[in-house]
Design a protein. Sequence first.
Length: 70
Amino acid sequence: MDQKRILKVNKAAEKFWLIATVITTVVTIWIMFNEGLYENRFLPIIPALAVLWYIIRRIFRKRLERDLGK
């Protein structure tokens, strides 16, 4: 696979996880507000995982860009 293509795919994956983070955070807040905090106390794990994947993809992309610049 071409290096520019790999970089494009990684940027798309990073954007996907950023969008997933925003959507899951909004939905989680909405559900917890409407249905109660105690009943949904483990629901914030989903946005936390999305944030984690976004951070991992961002670090991976930055490292790839640095390595391709050499």
